[in-house]
Design a protein. Structure first.
Length: 474
């Protein structure tokens, strides 16, 4: 990952509007304010989006006071892999339907150095609920344990081309992949929709992963990590591609089949467990306690739909050499606050990052105004919405929350300690590998003044209601 300097971040904040002139839908990000050369800030509120704002220089503050957030760079935690979203079948299809130049501009907006700089992407091994049709890479009408019918041909139409285009925009894009369902013939119900994995097809399924990874790499799309199953603990009542994987099944698959198959094929692709909710932390603790599993596992993929993020810290404290990766969570297009809930999302991000997660990855990067294409039962929206008739782009509140993190926090940054309990205020800070520091402040309450104290000095920040502020200094 490139080592963005503070100067590059400032350039990013002033040039994105130009790169999106084709749409004329994004308020111009104002020029950098004439503040201290060592401290700059960006604010999103009801009035502005990622607008530079003036800050007084750091002042001597030998003691802290009430209403102060203490930033301590001597306490360092996990390194940051990055921020991103999912290249679902649905998102890739919508990207492919755009005219080439607007599509390039949108990809630059999302992943380019003058845009959000998103650097992590999730792909689906076969179909998810956000696909045009259910499919796998081996839809044989009869059992095919030798995988004679295996093919990634479906993805050559628009998924692989869009992934290659995204990699051109950000060559450091880290891609990881998850299946929503094994091929139907591997399951108890014979269908992609719901059901459970059958143990006697696990060897074939491990080879299915190998063929997928090799096929994608041959197409110029290397995949750096996989999970064995998206959301192991639900089959979604048979309403969409899904599969149940009991704890023993996932454990056995990784240590007896998937890990050995990767090793035999010479693949360095990482394996992440679970890919499901915080409340299943006990399951992960049991699995990682098995050294035969742990030898193949890089970390745990987490979703935040059920439970609390401190589950990640609990597992991390027990297994400090295993990473935590937050791999799914996105907006609801039916919510009235879809385009304005940046403070809600930024507060969520702060809790995730303060509980050891190395990445935050949204669900669909782009969907249309009705949350389509969608063959499942949920009302998910994209990080951005692309109107199916006008091609107008609407940026979600989550998009603006991402901007306050992904534009300032570099790959390899370390989360550093912050403390201070202030009602309605969330905070998380980072030390970038380039030597600068970042703190993101989120106010989900009414307007208030907050002091940040760092290395014996303090600065005052006025936070409007429902706002997010990023401060960056050297």
């Amino acid at each position: 990952m490139k080592k963005s300097s503070r100067r590059r971040f400032l350039q990013q904040a002033t040039t994105l509007a130009a790169s999106l002139a084709f749409a004329r839908q994004l308020p111009a990000w104002a020029q950098t304010p004439a503040s201290s050369s060592h401290l700059n800030g960006w604010l999103t509120s009801a009035a502005d989006r990622l607008k530079p704002f003036k800050l007084q220089p750091w002042q001597e503050a030998p003691t802290s006071a009430a209403g102060t957030i203490e930033i301590d760079a001597s306490q360092r935690f996990q390194s940051i892999l990055g921020f991103g979203g999912a290249f679902t079948d649905a998102s890739c299809y919508l990207f492919s339907r755009m005219d080439p130049e607007p599509r390039r501009q949108l990809l630059r907006d999302l992943m380019g150095p003058q845009g959000l700089g998103l650097s992590v992407g999730r792909t689906c091994i076969g179909s998810s609920d956000y696909s045009r049709t259910p499919y796998s890479f081996d839809d044989s009408a009869t059992p095919d344990p030798e995988l004679k019918s295996f093919s990634i041909e479906h993805d050559r139409a628009y998924i692989l081309p869009m992934l290659r285009e995204a990699i051109q925009v950000n060559p450091e894009l880290f891609l990881f992949s998850a299946p929503w369902s094994p091929p139907g013939w591997m399951k108890s119900n014979g269908s992609l929709l719901g059901g459970a994995m059958r143990k006697h097809y696990m060897a074939s399924y491990a080879e299915y992963f190998v063929k997928f990874l090799q096929g994608y790499k041959a197409e110029g799309v290397p995949i750096s990590a996989v999970t064995a199953q998206n959301e192991v603990d639900t089959d979604q009542d048979g309403r969409m591609p899904a599969a149940l994987w009991g704890q023993e099944y996932e454990l056995g698959f990784v240590k007896e089949f998937l890990g050995p198959a990767f090793r035999k094929a010479g693949l360095d692709t990482k394996i992440w467990l679970l890919d499901h909710n915080y409340n299943l932390w006990g399951r992960v603790m049991d699995q990682l306690s098995d050294p035969e599993v742990a030898q193949y596992v890089d970390g745990v993929a987490w979703h935040g739909y059920v439970g609390t993020p401190d589950a990640m810290t609990r597992v991390q404290n027990a297994f400090p050499d295993k990473g935590a990766y937050w791999t799914e969570g996105g907006p609801d297009y039916t919510e009235a606050t879809y385009a304005t809930d940046w403070a809600k999302w930024s507060g969520t991000f702060a809790g995730i990052l303060k509980n050891r997660a190395r990445c935050i990855v949204s669900w669909n990067l782009v969907l249309d105004e009705k949350g389509m294409p969608n063959i499942g039962p949920f009302n998910c929206g994209g990080v951005v919405t692309l109107d199916s008739k006008t091609q107008q782009i609407t940026r979600s509140g989550q998009y603006w929350a991402f901007a306050h993190y992904s534009k300032a926090v570099q790959r390899g940054a370390r989360v550093i300690a912050t403390k201070g309990s202030i009602a309605g205020i969330e905070h998380v800070a980072f030390a970038n590998p380039g030597g600068d520091y970042v703190v993101v402040l989120t106010n989900q309450g009414e307007e208030r003044d907050v002091a940040c104290r760092f290395d014996g000095k303090s600065v005052q920040v006025k936070l409007p209601r429902n706002s997010v502020a990023t401060l960056q200094w050297t």
